[in-house]
Design a binder for this molecule. Structure first.
Ligand SMILES: Nc1ncnc2c1ncn2[C@@H]1O[C@H](COP(=O)(O)OP(=O)(O)OP(=O)(O)O)[C@@H](O)[C@H]1O
Ligand SMILES: [Mg+2]
Length: 246
């Protein structure tokens, strides 16, 4: 007896890969994020999301391409994370974000908005940081810091090279302070090394009227001065703090 041939096509390798890709994408992008991204594509702001540069606890960062072919960085703050609840202190003391936010989604979008506004301050103050391009809900578009399509490495990967790198970071912190802003999360992980060190990850940055602004500034200086000191590039803590505030 002839065996019945199943009409159903066996899934090919491509089908399998497509399915896996969809699974991956739906894990990375929730429905509303996908919708917001497709709107950005529809408006001609983005043309493709190319690859994840970093997948972290609070955000994923992608390299994307614009219709004119240039690269940009797309940072997508994760909605489902609980980490933001713990970081509420950075929002609550900042007069720009006084309004109480009800949902987790609103809170996450507020961090994206905060990072965008902080990057705008940095741009005006000529701080080495990515140029902000657009913020829509939990999505932030900014300048892609990299070379030939590859992102610059973080300082913790390369290690410090010279005291002039530290001086450049302190000068940027001084420019920020003069513009009324404290980063509040400076470490070797939030610095990318290009021709100069670039500060990134401004979601926690606060304005000087935040009750803990001075405490955060001291912590930032402590983190970066101690890190460089471990590699023999030494600057005094007090001296560095005075320099930033002068
Ligand atoms: N503008 C950019 N250009 C190129 N790469 C970037 C840019 N912004 C961020 N990255 C890359 O993405 C990584 C994570 O970015 P960022 O520090 O802003 O996110 P994060 O809030 O620390 O995320 P998480 O805490 O979830 O890890 C960076 O270490 C860097 O490698
Ligand atoms: Mg970071």
């Amino acid at each position: 007896m002839a065996r019945k041939v199943s009409k159903r096509k066996r899934p090919s390798k491509d089908d399998f890969l497509l399915k896996e890709r969809f699974k991956l994408e739906s894990e990375v992008f929730d429905r509303q994020t996908l919708l917001a991204l497709s709107k950005l594509i529809g408006k001609g702001i983005l043309s493709t999301i190319d690859y994840p540069v970093s997948t972290g606890k609070e955000a994923n960062v992608f390299r994307a391409t614009t219709p004119s072919g240039s690269f940009i960085a797309v940072k997508i703050y994760k909605i489902e994370t609980t980490h933001f609840m713990r970081r509420k202190e950075y929002l609550e003391g900042d007069p720009r974000f006084k309004k109480f936010r009800r949902t987790e989604r609103d809170l996450v979008s507020a961090f994206a908005q905060k990072e965008f506004k902080n990057l705008q301050i940095c741009e005006r103050a000529k701080v080495h940081a990515p140029q902000p391009l657009l913020q829509e809900k939990n999505i932030l578009l900014m300048e892609f810091l990299g070379e030939e399509g590859y992102p610059y490495s973080q300082l913790n990967v390369l290690g410090p090279e010279s005291i002039s790198q530290l001086k450049s970071i302190l000068l940027d912190m001084r420019r920020m302070y003069r513009a009324g802003l404290v980063h509040a999360d400076i470490s070797e992980y939030n610095i990318l090394v290009g021709p100069k060190p670039y500060l990134i990850d401004f979601g926690q940055g606060v304005v000087l009227s935040h009750p803990s602004a001075e405490k955060y500034l001291e912590r930032d200086v402590c983190n970066i001065v101690n890190y460089f000191a471990k590699f023999g590039f030494k600057m005094g803590m007090e001296e560095s703090l005075e320099y930033i505030k002068s």
